[in-house]
Structure formats: C-alpha cells, structure tokens
Ligand binder design. Structure first.
Ligand code: ASP
Ligand code: MG
Length: 408
C-alpha cells in the first residue's frame, strides 16, 4: 500500500468525460489498496475566462478579489471529481486549499506556501476516502484566500507530497513526459525516462512548458521525486529526481527553442561607469525578466561608446520601450532598436560539467547549416544562442541530430 499524490492539469479535467476518466484511474489505484490524494486544476480555459470577466468590470481588479474569483475555478473541479468518484461507489471528499491546511503568505496572485498541516488529510485517508484538493490556492493566517501563481496546481501537488511524505507523486498532463525536444518539431525526439531537477528547471524556463518552474524548485529543495505522465494513456512518463552519477554520461539531455523572446540593442551607449547599472536598474524596477546581456567592448584608444544588447520576454517589450525612451536623453545612447524576429535555442544537460567541446560542436553544427549566431550565453549545464526566428526550427532539428540523433 502506497500513499500517492496525483495532480491532473486543466486539459486532463477539461470536460466531464475526462473527469470520469480521472475517477476511473484513481479507482484503479484504490483497488490495489493505495491511498490517493488528487490535486486538480481548473478545467482548461476557465482561469483565463475568469480573468477576462474581471477585466470587463475593471481594468485593474483588486488583488484580493481576483484571488477570490480565480479560486472558484479549482473549486468547481474538486466537487465534480468527488462526484465522479461517488458515481463509482468510492468514498471521496473534496477540500479547498484552506480546508486542506495550506497556509500561505499574503502576496495575492503569487503567494508562497508557508506551511501545510496534513492531519486532516491523513484522517480522511485513513477513514477510507479519496481526498481531492483544489490546486493553486491557499489561505493566509488571517483567512484571506490566495493563489500561487499561474500553473500553481503543480506546486500544490509537490508541496502536499512533501508534507504528507507521499510514496509517489504523479503529475498528469496532456503530454507523455519530458522529451529531448518538442516532438511536433523534431520528428525523432525521444521521451526521457528520467531527468535531474536542474535539467528540468532549465528546460522549464527555456520554453519546454511542461511544468511551473517554482514547483520544480520546491521539489528539488524538499527532495520530492515525481513523475510527469499523460492522463490520456497508461505509458510510463519521465521521472524527475536528484542528479545521479550515470546522468552525467549523457552530454545533452534536451534541446529547446524559446520563440517568445525579443532583443533590444542600445546603440552608442557612453562608455563610462554607471550607464549599464542605470539601464538595468530601471528595467528591474518594472519587474522585467532580462535574460541575456551582451556588451561589445570599446576598442581603440579614442572609443567612447559601446553597444548593449539584451533579450527579454516579448510581451514586456512595450513596457521596456517606454522606459528606455525616457532614459535615452539622460544616458545618452543614440537609439534603442527592438527585434522581435529572434529565437533562443538552448541545449541542456548535467553532462556538460564533465564533457568538453560541447559549445564548439553546437556552433559548428549551426555554422555548417548557415545559421548565424547573434548572441551566446552559457551556464554550467546550458548553452543558449540567439538566432533568427525564421531558422529556429531548422536549428533545433540539426542541433538535436548532432547531439541526440540516431548517429550521435
Ligand atoms: N488554474 C490555474 C491556471 O490556469 C492553476 C493551474 O492550472 O495550475 O494557472
Ligand atoms: Mg494549468
């Protein structure tokens, strides 16, 4: 007998038929004698729709009321899921985040979990119930309902698995697991049997949108091993866990392409102390996520200006533009050029720590396919390059072939 936490995302509970399927799967585990805690998201599209409704009333709704509103999406699903289990003659009970003992800080719309009191869930499980918990929500000490940030049901599941000391945590979604590349683009992409937390974090933040990054960080911190798998079939998924020695034998775990970045180049920034600091401080104050930064070094003795390029999330471009236009005079650069036609191609793998020549091989692969590299950044387990968006998918295929293809 095992204690299993299962999380079902929006598409996995997207209609009543799918909710019945969830109930059937849960019933299968119950029949083996397992205890099951089910965490559900809102049905797909519901959260977006609630946000839209709120904005029809007022452009900037109150944070507290927004959380009150968004929490209803998950509350709908827990009740329907409990009913679907009752229809199979299984005792089941639904709990809101607050009822499940999930206490958060008071930062509405991106609250952090402070603590979880798991007694009530244990009692309900021991009495023979399947316990269904609303994902994405909690409650402050003062009793205000909070939400954990978009995609936050993943975090609920991981945090509950830690608090309940579950034997197994399964994240059910609409893909079969984590792949070496997006299988829609790269035909010979393979499902990975396992990945390390750090690789998963890089893959998640680089555009392989399988899971909310915060929940992976949480899992790493508390050592929660979890499996990402599909709710549409019974295939084994991808296990995400602590790095093991054998993982380093594989140089590259995966290739990602982020099409959601834009590049900004500030032309002829005066080459003196304080310019970069003023620019990036202003952008940080807007909470913008600046990623790669490249400054060309001034050359020659008379040089007094330098170009600075950086990338950021495409939707943040208008905000950044406004601030940069306001700074142009004060700092004295001649122009801010935005380029939305870029893609960020990355390779990720803990094996990079112990293998050399990885960057050279990536660059050479791109060169031999006449794909120009615009910017480069590296970390211990990742190499990213900015390239033309038009060549993005080609680049993904050739780099995947070079490192992960049949002959690699
Ligand atoms: N329903 C929330 C969202 O759409 C939380 C989740 O799906 O995990 O972001
Ligand atoms: Mg979701």
């Amino acid at each position: 007998m095992a204690l299993i936490v299962q999380k079902y995302g929006g598409t996995s509970v997207g209609n009543t038929e799918r909710i019945r399927n969830v109930a059937r799967r849960v019933a299968g585990y119950r029949a083996q004698g397992d205890q099951v805690v089910v965490v559900v998201s809102a049905m797909s599209g519901v959260t977006d729709n609630l946000i839209k409704l709120a904005r029809e009333i007022v452009p900037l709704p109150s944070d507290r009321e927004m959380d009150m509103l968004l929490a209803t999406g998950e509350q709908t699903t827990i009740a329907l899921t409990a009913m679907a289990l009752h229809a199979l003659d299984l005792p089941a009970i639904s709990l809101t985040g607050a009822q499940a003992g999930i206490v958060t800080d008071g930062v509405h719309s991106k609250a952090k979990i402070r603590n979880i009191t798991p007694q009530r869930i244990h009692e309900l499980l021991n009495a023979g119930n399947v316990v269904i918990v609303a994902g994405f929500q909690g409650q402050t000490h003062e009793g205000h309902i909070t939400t954990l940030g978009r995609g936050g049901s993943d975090l609920t599941a991981i945090a509950l698995a830690a608090a309940l000391e579950a034997d197994l945590c399964q994240i059910y979604t609409d893909v079969d697991g984590v792949y070496t590349a997006d299988p829609r683009v790269v035909k010979n992409a393979r499902k990975l049997p396992e990945v390390a937390y750090d690789e998963m974090l890089e893959l998640a933040s680089l555009g392989a949108k399988v899971m909310q990054s915060r929940s992976v960080e949480f899992a790493k911190k508390f050592g929660v091993v979890f499996e990402v798998r599909s709710s549409l079939n019974d295939n084994p998924g991808t296990i995400v866990k602590e790095e093991t020695e054998s993982m380093e034998n594989v140089v590259i775990r995966g290739v990602t392409l982020d099409k959601n970045q834009a590049k900004v180049t500030l032309v002829a920034v005066p080459d003196k102390p304080g310019a970069a600091s003023r620019i990036f401080k202003a952008l940080a104050a807007l909470n913008l996520n600046v990623d790669m930064i490249v400054q060309t070094s001034s050359h020659g003795s008379g040089a007094k200006a330098t170009d600075i390029s950086f990338t950021l999330d495409k939707p943040d471009l208008p905000k950044a533009r406004k601030t940069l236009d306001a700074l142009q005079q004060e700092i004295g650069f001649t122009e801010a050029i935005a380029d939305e036609g870029i893609g960020k191609l990355s390779i990720v793998g803990v094996g990079m720590r112990s293998h050399s020549g990885v960057a050279a091989r990536m660059f050479e692969t791109l060169a031999s396919n006449s794909i120009n590299i615009d910017m480069i950044s590296t970390s211990e387990i990742k190499i990213s390059v900015v390239i033309d968006l038009d060549r993005g998918e080609d680049a993904m295929r050739v780099v995947h072939d070079a490192f992960l293809g049949a002959g690699a």
